[in-house]
Ligand binder design. Structure first.
Ligand code: AMP
Length: 545
């Protein structure tokens, strides 16, 4: 016997319809590339998304066709999120920080039919102008941009966003799509090969947004004002453009200026209560606050961090000095991206603040809707003893089942799990801690050394700004760790002094064989340490002795 309940497809258009009907007072603020602020509301976003959907039809965009964006976290980008997916086309967000070769590759791989580009990003378009896909029918420029940035000469029509939507009706009948149909496409950074496309569905996106709102995840409420600092061009700003309107929260879209001064002034002026960003954003904000002792938060916001590990010292300083709590989250492009958060539960509810701060270095536990298993080299589940390592695999409602345009990929197991490539330990509470990327662990004498553990310890040294540990060839042990350090400005730390930080913290054979001081470290387009490039740079390095 079947249940007697209504069935409605889980559609992205339903999120905006809800916000526009029931959260008309929620405020939206958006800063463009020129620093100009625009204000809006969900009814206005809905009206403009409708105009845009008509405009897309005029451009000839049909269902399932891909519409690319090269844009910051701004209001027009939010309108595109809803107009493109809502009308049945696929929103393809492109990371403007990728190399031109990669941008050209993914535009062609996606076979985009239209490209919406922020005027300030026209130089990115210029670099790929001769490699645009033959499928492209129009380029639409968002915002006014810099006077010197004129659209490059293209073989397709170029028009402005305002031209496209002007005169269109503010009403649109959002189609009742199959909830499993594709809604958005985002490519992984592809630091070791071609980027791979992850194709989200309406259903996965709506379920992911509902999960994100939960109290132990982002805890979003209608009274919140949410500022996504994580980019809308990569993994949909962790789903915040969907979860914030679903919760009825206000939105502050900060545009491209993400320096501490700009962000702090938005936190204060717009009353931001919740924000999400990668470690470099929050670390820079903390350093700036420490240098400007009179700056505080009138109402301390809640922050979420993820993407790479954040030193516990930063979480601690935010909490103790500024009353700002930082929630540690883990995720990846392939899982929309949220997989786990480190919130308390029954077993650690009674822990002291100090104990929990130390624990917050871990990536947390899954929420309903995703699950993990961790297998060792022999394919057996590892012990949840906080020591055994293994590769984490995930499964769930918003986890990819394959890559766009690829027949099969090794990442997907025959029994329906996705290999994350993250090597983790699991503790008796079920909390994961990433110890490495599978391809970055250092294999010394047949044993594994966690580069991330060594990096986190190095960051405890007061003179170390940035640290990376990479393997270098060793005739006897195969690989040994080399520690690369960017010193803090004005500091000249001593190598032996840094290595003393490992005394008693790790096994002796884990201690790096050498330290090299560098001015900077290569980062990927999503701001992570680019180990593949470092390994290339330091190939052939001779270890002392
Ligand atoms: P991306 O697909 O670009 O979002 O990258 C996903 C990868 O980032 C994951 O597989 C992890 O290796 C890494 N990552 C994400 N969140 C964290 C975190 N909280 N701590 C450490 N690494 C993380």
């Amino acid at each position: 016997m079947q249940g007697l309940m209504q069935e409605h497809p889980l559609l992205i258009s339903s999120i905006l319809r809800h916000a526009a009907r029931h959260h008309q007072g929620a405020r939206i603020a958006s800063v463009d590339a020129n620093g100009r602020m625009t204000r809006s509301s969900y009814p206005e976003v809905a009206a403009r998304a409708a105009q845009l959907a008509h405009g897309l039809h005029r451009l000839g965009v049909r269902r399932t066709e891909r519409v690319a964006t090269l844009a910051w976290n701004t209001l027009p980008h939010l309108e595109l999120y809803y107009a493109v997916s809502g009308s049945g086309a696929v929103l393809h967000t492109v990371n403007p920080r990728l190399f031109p070769e990669q941008v050209a590759f993914i535009l062609n791989d996606a076979q985009d039919v239209a490209l919406f580009v922020d005027a300030s990003l026209l130089p990115v378009l210029e670099k790929v102008a001769d490699r645009l896909p033959a499928s492209l029918r129009a380029v639409v420029v968002l915002g006014e941009g810099h006077p010197e940035a004129a659209p490059p000469a293209l073989s397709v029509p170029v028009l402005s966003y305002d031209q496209l939507i002007a005169g269109e009706s503010t009403g649109y009948d959002w189609p009742l799509l199959d909830e499993r149909s594709a809604s958005a496409l985002c490519y992984t950074s592809g630091t070791t090969g071609e980027p791979k496309g992850v194709l989200y569905s309406h259903r996965s996106t709506v379920l992911h947004a509902m999960a994100a709102i939960q109290p132990d995840v982002f805890a979003l409420r209608a009274l919140d004002t949410v500022m996504p600092v994580v980019p809308m061009f990569h993994v949909n700003a962790w789903g915040l453009p969907y979860s914030a309107p679903m919760a009825g929260s206000g939105l502050v879209l900060p545009g491209p200026k993400l320096d501490p001064v700009s962000l702090h002034s938005l936190f204060e002026a717009e009353g931001v209560t919740f924000s999400a960003g990668v470690p470099t954003i929050w670390t820079a904000l903390l350093q700036w606050l420490e240098a400007e002792p009179h700056r505080r938060f009138a109402h301390p916001p809640r922050l979420v961090v993820g993407g790479t590990a954040l030193p516990v010292a930063v979480t601690e300083a935010f909490l103790k000095e500024y009353g700002v709590s930082i929630l540690h989250a883990w995720g990846m492009t392939e899982i929309s991206p949220l997989g786990s958060t480190n919130s308390r539960k029954a077993e650690n509810a009674h822990w002291s603040q100090e104990e929990f701060l130390h624990y917050s270095r871990k990536q947390g536990r899954p929420h309903f809707g995703v699950d993990y298993r961790v297998l060792d080299d022999a394919g057996q589940p590892i012990a949840h003893d906080d020591r055994a390592f293994g590769e984490m695999q995930v499964q769930g409602h918003w986890v990819a089942s394959g890559y766009f345009n690829r027949a099969h990929d090794h990442a997907f197991t025959p029994d329906g799990w996705m290999r994350t490539g993250d090597v983790v330990t699991v503790d008796p509470l079920g909390c994961i801690e990433i110890v490495d990327r599978a391809k970055d662990v250092i294999k010394s004498g047949g044993e594994w050394i966690s580069s991330i553990t060594l990096e986190n310890l190095a960051l405890r040294h007061p003179d170390v700004a940035l640290a990376a540990v990479i393997p270098v060839h060793h005739p006897k042990w195969d690989e040994r760790p080399l520690l690369l350090v960017v010193p803090k400005p004005g500091c000249t730390p001593d190598a032996q002094d840094i290595l003393r930080i490992y005394d008693g913290q790790v096994a002796k054979w884990w201690v790096p064989d050498a330290v090299e001081f560098v001015e900077s470290l290569p980062l990927t387009a999503t701001g992570k340490l680019w180990k593949a490039e470092m390994k290339k740079q330091w190939r052939g390095y001779s270890l002392p002795g």
